[in-house]
Design a protein around this ligand. Structure first.
Ligand code: SAM
Ligand code: SF4
Length: 314
């Protein structure tokens, strides 16, 4: 369906948990999530019901996210259920990759079409420092497991952070020479723990174009401007929510793990869906879509949401 601004809304980001086995410094506080009662969170049945209702309202693509979606017990069974929803065209998942060694093959068998793997650095010490709890070797093993399981055209999401990983832009890009992957650089958004970070941490994605003048522009895909190194097997994507906002073309809604529909990642507006079923649930979703905010205000000030990213679903 279309929202109040005439945008077609056909993409749901569904968060299945706010928990995570990592504590990336820009995303989560060191102590983790404030423990919420299990009963405050959507059950697997409720997640499937909300997903089906969103498809009933015109959603054709669902991306599961979190927190770390792969720490949610029952995730594979949930994927199987979602894949069986008639009219759903694409089921994707965004993960930090660490649990893929065990889960890539079952997720593929359950019908997950595509994976995005978040990877902010290729250097083991930096990786441990940024994720606080993670080891790069687990993610590298996860990537191999994803390829062995048959996931093709993997996409990697790298949050560009000035003074942390901007000296690795060429290293990430070099991976596209031999792999048919898309390496995507995403601007750090000022929210949650990083809202007050030094301005120098917030780089425009155009920094990548300055560092790699040999990049050739190719067709865009969704919100990503895309480029290729001459002769490379893979591509490079730039996602610029701050410097070139894509609000006018936004097709997304989000549902948080505690059952709130959000029309915009950066808005404080939330519409509770828990306890609603059937026509009531679909009516609420249609209302949420109709009221989707026209745009965010990241370029003028920080995000309006009081939630950290892991509590929304990136
Ligand atoms: N745990 C999974 C992962 O890391 O891929 C899924 C959830 S995570 C919140 C989704 C994405 O949001 C990750 O790629 C992460 O780097 C990104 N992210 C988190 N906080 C961000 C911020 N302040 N600005 C830009 N991206 C952010
Ligand atoms: Fe966890 Fe993903 Fe947030 Fe990192 S970015 S703390 S992996 S939810």
């Amino acid at each position: 369906m279309t929202d109040g601004c005439g945008r077609t809304i056909d993409y749901l980001r569904l968060s299945v948990t706010d928990r995570c086995n990592y504590r990336c410094r820009y995303c989560m506080p060191e102590e983790g999530v404030c423990k919420r009662e299990h009963r405050e969170m959507l059950t697997l049945e409720e997640l499937a019901e909300v997903a089906a209702a969103c498809v009933g309202c015109g959603v054709r693509k669902i991306r599961l996210t979190g927190g770390e979606p792969l720490v949610r017990r029952g995730i594979v069974e949930l994927c199987r259920q979602l894949r069986a929803i008639p009219d759903l065209r694409e089921l994707c998942l965004t993960t930090n990759g660490s649990l893929l060694p065990d889960l890539a093959a079952p997720l593929r068998a359950a019908g997950v079409d595509r994976l995005n793997i978040s990877l902010d650095t290729l250097r083991p010490e930096r990786f441990a420092q940024m994720t606080r709890l993670g080891q790069l070797s687990d993610v590298l093993e996860g990537i191999r497991a994803a390829e062995d399981a048959g996931f093709r055209d993997l996409k990697f999401d790298t949050v560009l952070i000035g003074g942390f990983n901007d000296d690795e832009i060429a290293d990430f890009a070099a991976l596209t020479r031999d792999h048919p992957w898309e390496m995507r650089f995403i601007e750090l958004m000022p929210m949650g723990p990083c809202a007050d970070w030094d301005r120098a941490c917030f780089l425009s994605a155009d920094t990548v174009l300055e560092r790699l003048p040999e990049l050739e522009q190719i067709e865009s895909s969704g919100v990503a401007r895309r480029y290729r190194l001459p002769g490379a097997a893979g591509t490079i994507g730039l996602i610029s929510p701050v410097s070139h906002d894509f609000c006018a073309d936004c097709r997304r809604i989000r549902v948080t793990a505690d059952g709130k529909l959000k029309g915009c990642l950066h808005s404080a507006e939330e519409l509770p869906l828990r306890g609603l079923h059937g026509a009531e649930l679909e009516d609420a979703i249609r209302r949420g879509i109709a009221q989707k905010p026209a745009r965010h205000h990241l370029s003028e000030r920080k995000s309006d949401t009081p939630r950290n990213m892991n509590q929304i679903g990136g």
